[in-house]
Design a protein around this ligand. Sequence first.
Ligand code: FAE
Length: 550
Amino acid sequence: MRSRTVREFLYENPGRTRYAGGFTRRRFLAATGVTLAVATVGSRALASAAPLADGDTVPALVIGSGYGGAVAALRLAQAGVDVAIVEMGMSWDAPGPDGRVFCPVLKPDGRSYWLRERTDQPVGYFMGGSYNKDIDRYTGVLDSEDFGGIRVYQGRGVGGGSLVNGGMAVTPKRENFAAILPSVNAEEMYSTYYPRANTALGVNHIDKTWFESAECYQFARVGRKHAERSGFGWTFVPNVYDFEYMKKEQAGTATRSALAGEVIYGNNYGKRSLDRTYLGAAAATGKVRISPLHKVTTVTPGAGGYRVEMAQLDSSGKTVAVKNVTAQRVFFAAGSVGTSKLLVAMRATGKLPDLPGAVGQKWGNNGNVMVGRANHMWDGTGSLQSSMPCLGIDNWADPGGPAFAEVAPFPAGLETYVSLYLAITKNPNRAAFSFDSGTGKVNLNWQKSWNQSSINAAKRIFDKINAKEGTIYRTDLFGVTKTWGDDFTYHPLGGCVLNEATDNYGRLHGYPGLYVIDGALIPGNTSVNPFVTITALAERNIERIIADDL
Ligand code: FAE
């Protein structure tokens, strides 16, 4: 069986790096001229330290290795603290039998999804049929977590969402940030923490001259043209994908990743995911060890701090060991959904009974909704499309329905005449997590009907563009006849909101030494793509925690 072979291969080759075929991280950096503010080291260093053992005691334990967790680990380590990161996903640093770490987008295998037998593509239909495929069950890199009213896509692995996301690194307008998190000093964020985050993430800007003629961005130029002709503002969007590397892909002098459609199942080249930035630098301090395929199940007060129980998984998702570790401090960085689920369950089961009622509240989907338009035959979007978006339509100032719509690629490998968009809207609805004692699971009560306000906001842009261009919506991309991709989100936010469920720096009320440091802190919306804000807020909070608590 394919997944078994992959698994065996990974076990047999634990030290292999992502840059298989002699293309090492050092050569990658040299070739691309990347100089990050944080040091970068090989994935080998991330994977080499032994995982946590039953009975271990650690000063600081970080649950999850996405943006919040990576910032916490690096800054704590730099302050001299030994850090253990516990990550339920794999360490994506070894190639499979095909020589690639991540599987091809058009030929997904078990590496694509977290413990599913069939893919669950966000844009899962085309011309009247589903193009999902059967796959082997494996601890793959992308999770589609279904809560009934909404499917939430999340990255699984060392690097969290950075492994699967589109790399769009957007700093929100200051007035929008101030409205979303009024308790945070916006001046400090914009003078110190956003710049710090952008530098450490390796954010870079597209060469605007190159953009105007690059074959792979025809879809973006068409999207821009249509926005302009209907009177909408647009903006280039920075990215953590190395645009200089992408130029070489376009020129045919580097192995294609963005230009091979790679993104939601991982990029084999070109992307500065967290394992190559924050986590690489954290590992290089020698004070951080990462335990992949370890899932935290409970956190409860105990002698010497907190007792953290975790299940060690194999790559079929089976528990192969249960370990208990004592940690003086625990940082919840399991993502908005992961952190909220853990804390809501801990409160309900009496493990952390004094957590406030605000824990589990104010979860939102960042107003996500997707849609496609059918262009005329003379307005093709190109058969070669970069999987990294670089341009957004900015209609946030529209009081009738604020929206920021990224012009998204549809890298099908052939001309489809589709213009695809992911709109971020100001959806006012907020959901809550609750514990079901019958199933032992945590539910999220997001209602599908709540997405109508996002659709309405998106229609204010795309109805107008369709009228101007004489075009129509595609109805075959999100179902057999379904216009709106309104039943999933890429941007889960909230559940443990800053200054409500925690103090103004992420300290959980009632439990000294417990902190939240990820997207759960942000109340449901960031007005743009969220990871730069999650990173900058984590930088702000950890600085204060290190100064005052350690
Ligand atoms: P996250 O990165 O999700 O990390 C949480 C980590 O915790 C994960 O690695 C989990 O496996 C792990 N975990 C969860 N529960 C446990 C547990 N019990 N024990 C141990 N480990 C656990 O959280 N954002 C942008 O700004 N720009 C984009 O272009 C963009 N594109 C996206 C495209 C896709 C397909 C997806 C899925 C997301 C995209 N996002 C984008 C969203 C972005 O990746 C997301 O907001 C951040 O990754 C969230 O960061 P956190 O640190 O909150």
